[in-house]
Design a protein around this ligand. Structure first.
Ligand code: DGJ
Length: 605
């Protein structure tokens, strides 16, 4: 046995004595307990995350610390710190990193207090206040447990009272730890028209990161959700699985790190890439929500729990009906006129759907939107195609007996547009380099409050002038390129975060003024698919790929996280060799619609 010094013994005794005042925090659903305990030092540790414990004594007997390797002979046991900062004895990825006014890069957070409130029946919020003891800096951890649905969401608020701004370089929403014999990660990746393809791998020592840097949407190559098999591969109806997703419509990052003793930490949040955040004294930095469920019966159970939770608590109009529709994008592209649209509206009625949805190509006069090269930004009906404007279309829809919805992409601008002529400084673009155009367009700078007003104004004006518009398909076809905000100037490190906050500001205004107008979230196919967006949109468009065979996989994979009523699916001619019956069956699994002209079908069909 190793020699234990007198001072070490003294410390051990004080550890035990202080243990009497230990704080225990249980974040529970009907099936799961996440338990935190304070150490004698006053720091807070994850003591347990697993099946609901049956007895108080089970909770009391849990240690706050974890077994440590022989190489670590410190007397104070090492733990899984709930929100570890940098510069202490944890040698792996922190949840949080800050540069204080004096240049110090360390931060150690101590438990101060916590509160538990039932915010509505079956929804319990736990708020835990931590503070650094050497700097006036506070971190508040929020956990909301949806008791019946077995879902927890958590986020963090950071604030300080130093004299000048501090710089945050890591600011996770959540940190969770696991101890298992093996870890198997199921992630989702893809691209346009092959969204959310799943792949599995075993996690071994070191880090695996899933992240994106697309700026204006969470997804395209990587998706903001994952499943983690604990002790066994991910299976449909057996085994322990964590299913998690981040509610953030921009750059996200999941870090999975297996450490020297085979424990896994899972850190979720905004991707801090190019986003060191200068936090002003008294300003509150709020991270996005990380939403997760722990299932003991495979991913099938996890997905059903997420569906129930989404419908009951998160998804816009979760319990409401949806409008079935006929969209014209696949049938016409930008090539249509008033008479053709009126014909499609009559077809919509014949098909028995609720609404006709007019897609891209209806706007722009000086720079007409004849294809995707011009017009974005100029949200005036194109006189040559639509001499009677939107009111004329609404009149035709009424005559046909269907509602009317319309496509917009208000966060974007084509350089060929009156908007760009007037406000080139509203576009995110570099003043001193060649411009790279993704789909011939630029992203408007939503970090700029004037641009937020403009984007809200697009929706507001359309609805004020045409209160009969029932629905928007809100698209976002470009990631942020030429990453420079003319508005933020020397604060470019705030662009990715302020841009997304700017989008939420617009969406909140739309929601509060027009709560009954339904909207579809679309992003060049399925690149926007996150639960913060779905607070404002009742559904999203999973993919432009509507070949029913491919769509089955895409829909199945998204359905691991999202309820089917939140996913739009249309019958189209992507694969005309598939029967109309099969195409319809696949589309009917989700929120149903058509994007086809009756002329493409036989009378029998
Ligand atoms: C991308 C969307 O995914 C399509 O459905 C369609 O709306 C086009 N944009 C229009 O430009």
């Amino acid at each position: 046995m190793k020699h234990v010094s007198f001072f070490a013994l003294l410390l051990l005794v004080s550890v035990l004595t202080l243990n009497a005042q230990q704080t225990v925090i249980c974040i529970s659903t009907e099936e799961t307990d996440l338990i935190f305990k304070t150490a004698p030092s006053g720091r807070l540790y994850q003591s347990y995350f697993g099946k609901r414990l049956m007895h108080e004594t089970d909770i009391q007997s849990l240690p706050y610390y974890i077994a440590r390797p022989a190489s670590d002979d410190s007397v104070v046991p090492r733990g899984w710190e709930v929100y570890p900062g940098s510069g202490a004895e944890d040698f792996f990825e922190p949840a949080f990193a800050v540069r204080h006014n004096d240049g110090n890069l360390t931060s150690i957070l101590y438990y101060r207090s916590h509160q538990v409130n039932e915010i509505e029946p079956g929804v319990v919020q736990t708020v835990i206040r931590l503070a650094d003891d050497s700097y006036p800096l506070e971190v508040t951890l929020y956990y909301v447990s949806f008791v019946r649905e077995n879902v927890i969401k958590s986020w963090t608020e950071i604030r300080h009272h130093e004299k000048k701004p501090v710089v945050l370089s890591q600011y996770a929403s959540s940190m969770l730890y696991f101890e298992s014999a093996a870890y198997f990660l199921r992630e989702y990746s893809g691209d346009w028209a092959r969204e959310a393809q799943r792949s599995d791998q075993e996690l071994k020592f070191g880090k695996k990161i899933i992240d994106t840097k697309l700026g204006s949407r969470a997804a395209m190559h990587a998706y903001p959700f994952f499943q983690l098999g604990l002790g066994q591969e991910v299976e449909e109806d057996r085994g322990r699985v964590l299913a998690g997703t981040i509610g953030w419509t921009g750059n996200f990052r999941f870090t999975f790190e297996v450490d020297n003793v085979g424990n896994l930490r899972v850190i979720s949040g905004i991707n801090p890439y190019a986003s060191d955040y200068e936090l002003q004294p008294a300003e509150v930095f709020r991270t996005p929500e990380f939403i997760y469920t722990l299932s003991e019966e495979g991913v099938g159970k996890a997905s059903r729990d997420l569906h129930r939770w989404a419908v009951n608590h998160q998804l816009k109009d979760g319990k409401g009906d949806r409008l079935t529709l006929l969209n014209n994008w696949e049938a016409t592209g930008c090539d249509f006129d008033e008479a053709m649209l009126a014909g499609l509206m009559r077809e919509a009625k014949e098909l028995g759907v609720d609404m006709f949805l007019l897609d891209d190509g209806w706007f722009g006069n000086k720079y007409p939107r004849v294809d995707d090269h011009a017009g974005l930004g100029d949200w005036e009906a194109m006189r040559s195609k639509l001499p009677n404007g939107i009111p004329g279309l609404i009149a035709s829809a009424k005559e046909a007996g269907v509602k009317f919805g319309i496509w917009i992409e208000p966060e974007m601008v084509n350089p060929g547009s009156e908007l760009f002529e007037k406000h080139p400084e509203w576009a995110i673009t570099l003043p001193n380099r060649d411009t790279y155009y993704y789909r011939n367009q630029l992203v408007l700078d939503l970090s700029n409050p004037q641009v937020q007003d403009h984007v809200f104004g697009v929706v507001d004006r359309l609805l004020t002038e045409n209160p009969e518009i029932s629905y928007f398909k809100w698209d976002c076809n470009s990631p942020i390129t030429n990453v420079y905000s003319p508005y933020l100037k020397e604060k470019q490190n705030h662009l990715y975060i302020h841009h997304i906050r700017g989008i939420y500001n617009v969406l909140q205004r739309v929601e509060s003024k027009y709560p009954h107008v339904a909207m579809m979230m679309c992003s060049g196919g399925g690149a926007r698919c996150d639960y913060e967006g779905l607070k404002y949109y009742s559904e999203f468009w999973p993919s432009d790929n509507t070949d029913p065979v491919d769509r089955l996989y895409i829909q199945w994979n998204f359905s691991q996280f999202f309820p089917i009523k939140s996913m739009a699916a249309h019958v189209t001619s992507w694969n005309p060799s598939a029967s109309i019956k099969f195409r319809t069956d696949v589309a009917m699994m989700c929120k149903f619609g058509f994007d086809i002209s009756l002329k493409e079908m036989t009378p029998d069909e």
